[in-house]
Design a protein around this ligand. Structure first.
Ligand code: NAP
Length: 285
């Protein structure tokens, strides 16, 4: 049996259509949500991400600005820019595109972002709120994973969920979100013993390692839901996930493809967070 395909592209497009309508309504009340993206240096992947985010904002009617800064920028100059954006009334969301150059203390910069404009959900205040089960902004990619599962009616309550990867951007927050939805969660990483066995216990397997096709067919329980967060560029220019789609799709019940699975959800949630931030700033929620 071939697994059902979780179509992230379609779900993201539905969300974006809804956001566009929301923004039209807000604009009719004189409220224009605004997102500022900060890009330091010339990492080609980061440039593509920022460009796509800006295009998505334009399409949704969200005001957006891009701050492109040289790689040798001084840390205090970046702090000043973030502080200015924190005060800027046009801006409801501030996105610091990662990775930042090595000479800049990323943790410190993320803490400079006002928690009220932290649409990426990376500020320790928002991480803490997610941890206590009362999130305001939650990180876009893991939240996108949860929205996809909910959209397909996949039950999380009481299920064994295994997360492979423990990054602050994906693995840890998605594990918290699953705990908050009553899943029993195991988090695996590079020091995990018996990774194959742990994975085979999963009713829901979420993979975010950045290791192309590392999850093979024999690591997956028959009928499991498999969500592949990985985006890896191959030598021929194509994209592959962290899951061996060909093998795993023969065993899983549901699976996300790469591309067209989790990827498109990230931007959709970013737009959603920005619009919610604008509504909160206007006292509407
Ligand atoms: P990361 O910060 O590099 O973290 C990778 C995690 O995987 C680490 O916790 C690492 O363990 C674990 N890991 C690595 N090799 C492993 C192995 N052989 N067995 C078990 N665990 C292993 O990566 P990330 O930022 O979370 O991103 C993960 C993937 O998702 C990447 O492909 C990235 O491109 C993709 N991604 C996609 C989106 C999107 O869809 N929009 C957004 C973000 C990331 P240790 O902690 O022990 O080192």
């Amino acid at each position: 049996m071939m697994a059902g395909i979780i179509d992230g592209k379609a779900v993201a497009s539905e969300i974006r259509t809804k956001i566009k309508k929301d923004v039209e309504q807000l604009r009719s009340k004189g409220i224009v949500p605004g997102l500022a993206a900060v890009l330091v240096g010339d990492n080609p992947a980061s440039q593509v991400y920022v460009r796509n985010k800006r295009k998505a904002c334009e399409e949704a009617g969200i005001y957006s600005e891009e701050h492109k800064l040289p790689a040798d920028l001084k840390q205090e100059e970046l702090v000043k820019l973030v502080n200015d954006l924190n005060k800027d009334k046009k801006i409801n969301g501030i996105l610091i595109q990662l990775p930042l150059p090595k000479h800049i203390d990323s943790k410190m910069i993320l803490e400079c972002v006002s928690p009220d404009k932290d649409v990426d959900g990376f500020h320790p205040y928002n991480v803490g709120r997610l941890t206590v089960g009362d999130p305001i902004f939650s990180p876009c990619t893991p939240h996108g994973v949860i929205v996809l599962l909910e959209h397909y009616g996949i039950k999380m309550d009481g299920m064994n969920a295994v997360v492979v990867g423990r990054s602050n951007i994906v693995g840890k927050p998605v594990a918290l979100m699953l705990i908050n939805r009553n899943a029993t969660v195991t988090v695996c990483h590079s020091r995990t013993k018996d990774l194959n066995e742990r994975c085979r216990e999963a009713d829901i397997l979420i993979v975010a390692t950045g290791r192309p096709r590392m999850i093979r067919g024999d690591m997956v329980k028959e009928g499991a839901v498999v969500v592949d967060v990985g985006i890896n560029r191959e030598d021929n220019g194509g994209l592959v996930g962290d899951v061996d789609f060909e093998e795993v799709s023969k065993r899983a019940g549901w699976i996300t493809p790469v591309p067209g699975g989790v990827g498109p959800m990230t931007i959709a949630i970013l737009l959603k967070n920005t619009v919610e931030s604008a509504k909160r700033a206007a006292g509407l929620i």
